[in-house]
Design a protein around this ligand. Structure first.
Ligand SMILES: [Cu+2]
Length: 560
């Protein structure tokens, strides 16, 4: 990856090109011939002009992810503009009003999965509240030799197609040895009833994916240089279509200084989970003259991306073993003991089981609730504790999405390491709009894993009306994840200020991960006129329908 020279003006060409990441030549959809495409380095305050030429035989587009800009420059076909036809050149022009680490990618079809993504780095006009001696961009991504349309078709036909980490007979007998026959069998029956597999942590796994650091597979060992004692800034960007990574650098503490391009109060961690489309900037201080492995293990433990920090090229350090794959927990299914509810911010409004089952929006929302509430709560208690530890007791079980912002996430609970959680993130300065929200909009993330239908409030985007907001409003959004998967939600056009208990110091994010069975809120100032996208950033979930159009207008009635 190289920076382009001429300041303020850029030419990008989109074309198919053969690349070889697995031993076989495969057609990638490239930006200026590479995967990732070139790093764009902007300066805060400048106007940029970017000419994008489409040499594909299908329409394309580029979306500037996390960049605040006019709606007609946002690059979402059918919302911001009509897309870029084959052979055509579209000229993007916008003022750069922010700084930090971002990225850009296709917003057409499944082109992003085929290689069409790259970093954006914006130099600030003012000093940043931290110092570093050098920096490296670390863009993580997932590559498949398969045509992304084939991947999508297989997911539609049989979800779990790529989830080869199914529990085996051996696992079964191990469970029997640990938990006894009764609990093991009721556990299996329960999963069967819910048409789920407890290993359904990711839709597409390392069995088809090769995971990349700056376009390099693990064997190629992308290497970043440092001199002993330097402070090194690493700009992590998750440009994956579907993959969450758990990132650590054994032997080094990482100080998180930016999240989604926005400065945050420094947090020292040993590991952080980066959801699809998020960015985190960390500073490390390697004190020894040796190599360190940058290890990005996938959330489902099916593989890893890897690079090396080293004083010289050609060095490497140990690669940690993959940890055991995590299973979904009762909390992931929206079932937690009253004693387990430790919400850091506000607590949930009371809901009874009937309300959950009749939940608005219809569709398959709350498959856990439906399956569990319709069936015996006794089995659930047995699942959690074994039949003998506590007697069956229905009133101990609360089935509802809860605030999970202080949890590190499935598989990171008991690592013995400091793992970043969303409640760690605090803006360095108070928000610029501290008005209380004038209204709240609640949206349910819904889906049917078996049929690979993903939706908002039980409706695919094609079936739903846009969400209309008045210009200049302060709006509170509450997202309720009625599914058992993580969804990274991305609202275009404005920053989403996550209500994580930080009061005026809410972190400003462009992607908010919503854990399984989680309920969380963020606030937005609607100071961006026009039509915008709001969607899950898991590419195949977006394609399947977890997407809504937002319209911000001065007169809501006139915009309809
Ligand atoms: Cu999703």
């Amino acid at each position: 990856m190289t920076s382009l020279a001429s300041a303020g003006e850029y030419d990008l060409v989109i074309e198919k090109k053969a690349i070889n990441l697995t031993g076989r030549d495969r057609a990638a959809t490239t930006i200026n011939g590479s995967v990732p495409g070139p790093v764009l380095r902007f300066r805060e305050g400048e106007d940029v002009t970017i000419r994008v030429t489409n040499r594909l035989d299908e329409p394309t587009s580029i979306h500037w992810h996390g960049i605040i800009l006019p709606a007609n420059m946002d690059g979402v076909p059918g919302i911001s503009f009509g897309g870029i036809a084959p052979g055509a050149t579209f000229t993007y022009r916008f003022p750069v009003k922010q700084s930090g680490t971002y990225w850009y990618h296709s917003h057409s079809e499944l082109q992003e999965q085929a290689g069409m993504y790259a970093p954006i780095i914006i130099e600030p006009t003012q000093h940043e509240p931290y110092r570093y001696d050098r920096e490296h961009v670390v863009m993580l991504s997932d590559w498949t030799d398969e045509d992304p349309h084939t991947v999508f078709a297989k997911l539609k036909k049989q979800n779990g197609y790529y989830n080869f980490q199914k529990r085996t007979a051996l696992d079964f007998f191990r469970d029997v040895a640990e938990k006894g026959w009764g609990a093991t069998i009721s556990d299996r029956l329960e999963w069967g009833r819910m048409r789920m597999d407890p290993t359904d942590i990711a839709d597409v796994t390392g069995y088809t994916y090769t995971f990349l650091v700056n376009g390099k597979p693990p064997k190629a060992n992308w290497t970043a240089l440092f001199k002993k004692g330097e402070r090194v800034r690493l700009r992590f960007i998750n440009g994956s279509a579907m993959t969450y990574f758990d990132v650590r650098i054994p032997g080094l503490e990482m100080t998180v200084v930016q999240a989604d391009g926005q400065d945050v109060q420094p947090v020292a961690v040993d590991e952080f989970r980066i959801a699809v489309a998020e960015t985190y900037d960390v500073i490390v201080e390697p004190k020894e003259d040796r190599a360190y492995t940058i290890f990005a293990e996938t959330m489902d433990r099916s593989g890893y991306a890897r690079g090396t920090l080293a004083p010289r090229q050609g060095m490497s350090a140990d690669i940690p073993p993959l940890r055991p794959r995590p299973l979904l927990t009762m909390a992931d299914m929206g079932m937690s003991h009253s004693t387990m509810s430790g919400s850091p911010a506000e607590s949930m409004p009371a809901m009874d089981h009937g309300a959950m089952m009749d939940g608005q929006g219809g569709g398959m929302q709350g498959m856990a609730y439906a399956a569990a509430a319709a069936d015996k709560a006794n089995d659930m208690t047995a699942m959690m504790h074994g039949p003998n530890e506590h007697g069956p007791s229905t009133d101990m079980i609360a089935m509802m999405p809860t605030n999970r912002l202080n949890e590190p996430g499935n598989g990171l609970e008991d690592t013995g390491r400091r793992v970043l959680v969303y409640t760690d993130l605090r803006n360095v300065r108070p928000g610029y709009d501290l008005r209380p929200p004038s209204r709240e909009i609640e949206l349910h993330l819904t889906g049917n894993m078996k049929r690979f239908i993903w939706s908002v409030d039980g409706k695919k985007s094609s079936e739903a009306e846009p969400i209309r907001l008045r210009y200049g409003e302060r709006v509170r959004f509450t997202l309720v994840n009625d599914t058992m998967m993580n969804h990274p939600l991305h609202l275009h056009g404005v920053f989403s200020e996550l209500d994580n208990g930080a009061g005026a110091y809410k972190p400003r994010k462009h992607v908010i991960n919503v854990k399984p069975a989680e309920r969380l809120s963020f606030e937005v100032t609607t100071d961006a006129l026009g039509e915008w996208a709001f969607h899950c950033h898991l590419l195949y979930h977006m394609e399947a329908g977890m997407f809504r159009k937002f319209v911000v207008a001065k007169d809501i009635a006139a915009s309809s």
